[in-house]
Design a protein. Structure first.
Ligand SMILES: [Zn+2]
Length: 489
């Protein structure tokens, strides 16, 4: 019996390896079919990105300086809209009732290829353009996820494609999506619900990182919600029997969550942030508010966690004689990886080759690493070979929702020191100077060259769509958000 099992396992492993090998060969054939014809066009596309370089750097630096957080990215959004308009794109504002969300479209007909661009900053991590920690604006926000480079590179790629459509080399449509509020709220979920991605054949995406890697990684699904507990005030010493503490309820709620932690899958995560917990020590508090985030490797797993956590909130209120209320903030899906698209991306990344850095840039990166107590390994400009798709190990992104409704092709480009802390001053210090700029230009090239493959090869577009259909596990996509536009409270 054991032998049979082993045989079946080896057979399945062999079959899947051979299957993916055959698929890889098939895609390589499709790419090479247009390779000669595309070579001079891809050269022109790279030249377009280089000629835009000055503009792209000044836009990304202006967004870096504005450092606007989720839903209030007015200056950043306008900078990108203005550049799109000046390049002949037709701009639709206020997408999904979000003032900073927009679409910029050029061309007509099929294929319709979209590209995502984020531009929000992280609160509280303002930093000067220097490798030692010092805020530019004390208490201010900073681009600790490199979104100033993200939106700008994607728009630069869209402009390079637009030039080819204008010349008649490509037929079809290109749409840049200005997608705000990725750091909190996850505005793309509202845009997906609005149906703005439904017209796409393929959606392109990238994210700043510390390596150049094609998008074969998935992400965690999550749900964000608040629990409010309502108690009754009284004197904490003179008549505590007349009071019911909302903070007691909240403490029992978090205790319940922390006991539950032992029994969740090792891939799941529970986080919370206490937002209100009484004001003074001598009054029994009648109000407490807490933000909870539950993550899992699939939306189904998140549903299991969510159901239990809501029961824990109810139990905490019963135990303390308080009332409670829950309010959904938003939820996001895991990324559906498109390996066919990732292989086309890999091919282009290898064609561009690695990013090289000056001695000063390496010294700058190493100073940051020294300051943050990390090994001084500099910056990694090499291209990582194609990776297998493993279970999600990192964070979450609202690109997950986009990837559930349209095939999404992704990559990551180096914009910071290797292994430095993310969402921190260490990334802000890099995203507003030459190390960040180099990653942005690299991403713009890789994205537009990959789009070129899709515009020239309907077969490749079909293969990417087939991959999407084959791997889609979720039968019906239901956005986990409340009616109406997103809000900060
Ligand atoms: Zn990010």
């Amino acid at each position: 019996m054991k032998k049979i099992k082993k045989f079946i396992f080896v057979f399945l492993l062999l079959a899947s390896t051979l299957g993916s090998y055959a698929q890889t060969q098939e895609i390589s054939k499709m790419i090479s079919f247009h390779e000669q014809e595309l070579k001079p066009i891809k050269k022109e596309i790279q030249a377009s990105i280089e000629s835009q370089q000055k503009n792209l750097i000044s836009i990304s630096d202006a967004i870096w300086e504005a450092a606007e957080t989720s839903l209030v990215e007015f200056t950043s959004s306008k900078l990108l809209k203005d550049y799109a308009r000046s390049n002949g794109f037709e701009v639709t504002e206020n997408v999904a009732d979000i003032p900073t969300a927009f679409m910029a479209k050029y061309g007509s007909g099929k294929p319709v290829i979209g590209i995502l661009g984020e531009f929000d900053a992280n609160a509280g991590i303002s930093q000067k353009r220097q490798p030692t920690k010092e805020p530019r604006v004390p208490g201010g926000a900073g681009h600790g996820c490199g979104h100033n480079l993200f939106g700008t590179a994607s728009l630069g790629a869209a402009v390079a494609i637009k030039e080819q459509i204008e010349k008649g080399t490509f037929k079809g449509t290109v749409i840049f999506y200005g997608t705000p509020a990725e750091e909190t709220i996850f505005a793309k979920v509202w845009m997906v619900r609005e149906g703005v991605f439904d017209q796409l054949d393929i959606c392109m995406d990238w994210h700043p990182g510390d390596s150049n890697i094609s998008g074969t990684e998935t992400s965690k699904a999550l749900v964000d919600y608040r629990v409010m507990f309502y108690g009754d005030t009284s004197h904490a010493s003179a008549d505590p029997w007349n009071g019911n503490s909302a903070v007691d309820a909240m403490e029992l709620y978090t205790t319940g969550l922390n006991y539950y932690r032992e029994h969740i899958l090792p891939t799941s995560r529970i986080h919370y942030q206490i937002e209100a917990a009484g004001d003074v020590v001598n009054v029994v508090p009648d109000y407490a508010k807490i933000w909870t985030r539950l993550r899992g490797n699939s939306v189904e797993n998140v549903n299991v966690l969510y159901e239990r956590a809501l029961n824990i909130a109810e139990a905490a209120s019963l135990m303390t004689g308080t009332k409670y209320e829950t309010k959904l903030i938003s939820g996001i899906y895991e990324i559906l990886v498109n390996r066919t698209g990732a292989q086309v991306m890999q091919n282009n990344m290898e064609t561009i080759g690695e990013i090289t850095y000056s001695e000063n840039e390496i010294k700058y990166a190493n100073t940051i690493l020294k300051e943050t107590g990390k090994p001084q390994v500099g910056i990694d400009g090499s291209v990582v070979p194609m990776q297998p798709t493993l279970a999600a190990t990192g964070g979450s992104t609202d690109v997950g929702d986009v990837s559930q409704v349209v095939p999404t092709v992704r990559m990551s480009a180096t914009i910071a020191s290797k292994g430095g802390p993310w969402h921190s001053w260490a990334v802000v210090a890099c995203s507003g100077m030459s190390i960040g700029h180099k990653g942005m230009i690299y991403a713009a090239k890789a994205l537009s060259m990959t789009m070129a493959d899709f515009y020239k090869s309907p077969k490749l577009v079909e293969a990417v769509k087939e991959d999407f259909k084959k791997n889609k596990k979720i039968k019906e996509y239901v956005p986990r958000i409340l009616p109406g536009p997103p809000s900060l409270d």
